[in-house]
Design a protein around this ligand. Sequence first.
Ligand SMILES: NC(=O)C1=CN([C@@H]2O[C@H](COP(=O)(O)OP(=O)(O)OC[C@H]3O[C@@H](n4cnc5c(N)ncnc54)[C@H](OP(=O)(O)O)[C@@H]3O)[C@@H](O)[C@H]2O)C=CC1
Ligand SMILES: CC(=O)C(=O)O
Ligand SMILES: [Mg+2]
Length: 591
Amino acid sequence: MESTMKEMRGGESVLDMDPKSTVGGGVEDVYGEDCATEDQLLTPWTYSVASGYSLLRDPHHNKGLAFTETERDSHYLRGLLPPTVVTQQLQEKKLMASIRKYQVPLQKYMAMMELQERNERLFYKLLIDNVEELLPVVYTPTVGEACQKYGSIFRRPQGLYISLKEKGKVLDVLKNWPERSIQVIVVTDGERILGLGDLGCQGMGIPVGKLSLYTALGGVRPSACLPVTVDVGTNNEALLKDEFYIGLKQRRATGQEYADLLHEFMTAVKQNYGEKVLIQFEDFANHNAFTLLAKYGTTHLVFNDDIQGTASVVLAGVVAALKLIGGTLADHRFLFLGAGEAGTGIAELIALEMSKQTKAPLEETRKKIWLVDSKGLIVSSRKDSLQHFKKPWAHEHEPVKNLLGAVQAIKPTVLIGSSGVGRTFTKEIIETVASFNEKPLIMALSNPTSQSECTAEEAYTWSQGRAIFASGSPFDPFEYNGKLFVPGQANNAYIFPGFGLGLVISGAIRVHDDMLLAASEALAKQVSEENYDKGLIYPPFSNIRKISANIAANVAAKAYELGVATRLPRPVNLLKYAESCMYSPVYRSFR
Ligand SMILES: NC(=O)C1=CN([C@@H]2O[C@H](COP(=O)(O)OP(=O)(O)OC[C@H]3O[C@@H](n4cnc5c(N)ncnc54)[C@H](OP(=O)(O)O)[C@@H]3O)[C@@H](O)[C@H]2O)C=CC1
Ligand SMILES: CC(=O)C(=O)O
Ligand SMILES: [Mg+2]
């Protein structure tokens, strides 16, 4: 019996392989989640075989000139394509050459979106093979500009739009989506798009971009990903007046009306896709983000990327940085500019990890962390007027009006920007931090690049080459005094794809803070000596698939340990299992 269970196939235990994973096709719907509840009315779905002209117009199956002679014969493609047959590699080479010719990032973005709509596998092949070059195109910073101009560049709808007009019909709207077996949903209401504010319905670029990373970086099948924008209006005056605006032209619904639509959406998702679909909240304003996470955290598999994913990636960077700046986590003093989702989320996870390491109570470890918001340092005398998520950070201290005053008073060893406001780490601030730290750790997390608290050049120059620097949006390497400094990218894109994969492959039904710590630990371990030598505190994105598999394995292991995993039996080797489940964009052969 034991030997049957552990039968080796190609050197791997069968328990390490997903019995239903298709070669290079990603993990299938192994949990049978697409039929949700028994009393639910089902739509009689039919599928037909795409062939001929419609096959060329189907982005999931289209291969363009890479259709073989046999496929052209058997799928009625003769004459619909020019005679040459090329490899996927040649298609990739040609497309990269044409994308590189565009000088304007938004043109590159549009070329990539057009490719995604035309030939999905080629899109992912390009993105995976050229991740460091294309990440800034499909993700921050360019995706920010794309959202700002979404109305005018909009060609074909991407994702699912659920607006107030669909109130009472959300389940029907979900059924309009062509895919049945959804594993990950990224949803926004567009109110806090990166550091660009309220972009209303045009925020759709963010769920679309995040989910393309779920596939490219984390290996979740594209057909299992659903981007959603909930449109409750916008308070952006320019958009309300814009004749090309694609969303509801009304001011944002709030209170009960807002809560009701969100609740209908959350209920419909569970009803339609079951218990194990991951719902990632993205770029909600903080007055809704914390409430939604708390409200649905006990009933749904929910994850807030801005609060939790960001916390996990920053903790990983800080832990990795200890090799360069010295000391233990608890030896450091942290100061944040920005006390919203990102700032307080990161602060809480750092305090939790410190508490686990030192066995000191959370209330004590929080005291090592200070935050500044738009009104100054968060201190106890402000407690009554603070939003609930800031209250744990209201430590005893006299009021301090601004960041410079706070830097002088707190003398942080780690300075983190999470304000959404660009160029707020001024020369004076960086010089002051550098005056009492041999190696100050400076993280300018705000996106896109225009909102970064400082540039890499500023951080290195003003600290005379002593800063360890990472930023939310990428900066080029910078040479200072003959030495090349390579800035790291502290972005939750390191975490959420692998984190989500870990939840999917273990069939987890709830997210727990310990899973965020597990993801963080796995990421920090991937930083090599070679990376440290360049001053990097994150591994390069070129290794992201391996990094994501490691994160997924660690997260899944934690899910099993916590008893929230439902995929049984537990695969013996979770890393191999995670790898076996990852989608590959290589073309499949058609019979
Ligand atoms: N690198 C990454 O992976 C991530 C980066 N981010 C980025 O972080 C930024 C903030 O996001 P998020 O936390 O969700 O936003 P929130 O709106 O929740 O928080 C912003 C915080 O910054 C404070 N703030 C705003 N302006 C100033 C100012 N001039 N001086 C001091 N404090 C200020 C606000 O103060 P007050 O509360 O008083 O209004 C608030 O506390 C965004 O740019 C986002 O793109 C977010 C998630 C991930
Ligand atoms: C990266 C990200 O999630 C943000 O800037 O909102
Ligand atoms: Mg975000």
